[in-house]
Design a protein around this ligand. Structure first.
Ligand SMILES: Cc1ncc(COP(=O)(O)O)c(C=O)c1O
Length: 368
């Protein structure tokens, strides 16, 4: 049986007619950038996350950068960020002129370990930038406690966590500002590049609108130096249509994860992901830990037609792009160990029960 890692085609086929109708209207009007569809999407996305404002952007990475600018990060400022995340989180900090200061992660949740934050503080620390990795909310109360004590801002990277909840509240409205990605494979994915920031703060919202559009509210009146981080109408149309399905798709991801975990729980050789009582996981990725023979298991699964992934194979403090920060192996032992144990199994809403059962049976067969 073939089990792809993700399959975007089923959803694309399901909403294609509706999107094509909207795209036809966009072409007729020739209103391509930041028009009424972007505005409609922003309102819909903010409401779904219980946050006052959303600003649609050209990518999640633009969101990471913009969130740092909104948090007031200036050259020389330090921002705490987990050692195990996609590089865009750290790039947002670097693009703003700040320095990412890596923090080890918790081995059960893969998220930033709030107990390790204070040892990384310096007089230049300004922001804590947790990531709700794989769709599991970071430990926000613990992070808020440290942030409050040391007068730090919090910026969430919610790129993988659409509709995820921490203590019954959606992520994205639990900090000063949050960044989002709508890269095609994300839980809410555009048909191209797109991202957003969300915030409850009306001043940050106004500032975000300026940064997004060359510092300009009115054509050719530039109040400040900004960027071109505008969202396209054709992407907003896709996202607006998809928003109507996102709850259902999220439930399907959660049901798939439950089925995986039920079938893997009693196997000593693998550790399924945990879901702490405070967080509702939306399973952008279903990541198990395989303390021994991970590479051989990957090869076995590939030979059976099952695609898997590694998120992420190299912790950021050891990646070449950040070599100038002079970290070394051993600095973040948990993140380093996890990098050698993690294995992402196929995960998307339309994954069938048979496919999940087949993947689990093949994992069991490998260790039998
Ligand atoms: C955690 C995280 N942050 C940021 C990004 C950047 O988003 P984008 O690819 O839309 O620029 C991604 C996705 O790729 C991500 O997974």
């Amino acid at each position: 049986m073939k089990v792809p890692f993700v399959n975007l085609q089923v959803q694309a086929a399901a909403i294609r007619a509706e999107v094509e109708k909207q795209w036809a209207d966009i072409i007729t009007r020739c209103s391509f950038v930041c028009g009424k569809r972007v505005e409609a999407f922003e309102a819909q996305f903010a409401e779904a996350h219980g946050v006052r404002h959303a600003v649609g952007l050209s990518s999640g990475t633009a969101g990471n950068h913009l969130a740092m600018l909104l948090a007031g990060v200036e050259p020389g400022d330090e921002v705490l960020v987990p050692a195990n995340t996609f590089i865009a989180t750290a790039e947002g900090i670097s693009l703003a002129g700040g320095t990412p200061v890596f923090v080890d992660v918790d081995e059960a949740t893969f998220n930033m370990d709030a107990r390790r934050i204070e040892e990384r503080l310096t007089p230049r620390t300004r922001v804590i930038n947790p990531v709700h990795l794989f769709g599991l909310p970071a430990d926000m109360d613990a992070l808020r406690a440290v942030a409050g004590k040391h007068d730090l801002k919090i910026v969430e990277d919610a790129a993988q966590a659409h509709l995820a909840e921490y203590k019954g509240r959606k992520v994205g409205g639990q900090s000063d500002v949050a960044s989002w990605s709508f890269y095609p494979g994300k839980n809410l994915g555009a048909w191209g590049e797109a991202g957003a920031i969300t915030t409850d703060d009306p001043r940050l919202y106004e500032k975000a609108l300026l940064y997004r559009n060359h510092g300009s509210r009115k054509k050719y009146l530039h109040e400040m130096i900004g960027h071109n981080y505008r969202m396209e109408e054709i992407q907003a149309a896709v996202l607006t249509v998809k928003m109507n399905h996102l709850r259902k798709w999220t439930e399907q991801r959660r049901a798939n994860a439950r089925r995986y975990t039920e079938r893997l729980r009693d196997l000593d050789a693998v550790i399924p992901p945990t879901e702490p009582p405070d967080g509702t996981h939306v399973y952008h990725l279903y990541v198990i830990r395989v303390p021994e023979r991970r590479e051989a298991l990957m090869q076995h699964l590939a030979a059976q037609g099952i695609d898997t992934g590694l998120h992420y194979p190299i912790p950021l403090h050891l990646t070449q792009a950040y070599a100038h920060l002079k970290y070394k192996r051993g600095d973040f032992p948990v993140a380093e160990r996890l990098a050698g144990e993690i294995l992402s199994l196929p995960m998307f809403p339309e994954l069938s029960e048979d496919q999940i059962d087949f993947v689990c049976a093949q994992i069991r067969a490998f260790f039998a």
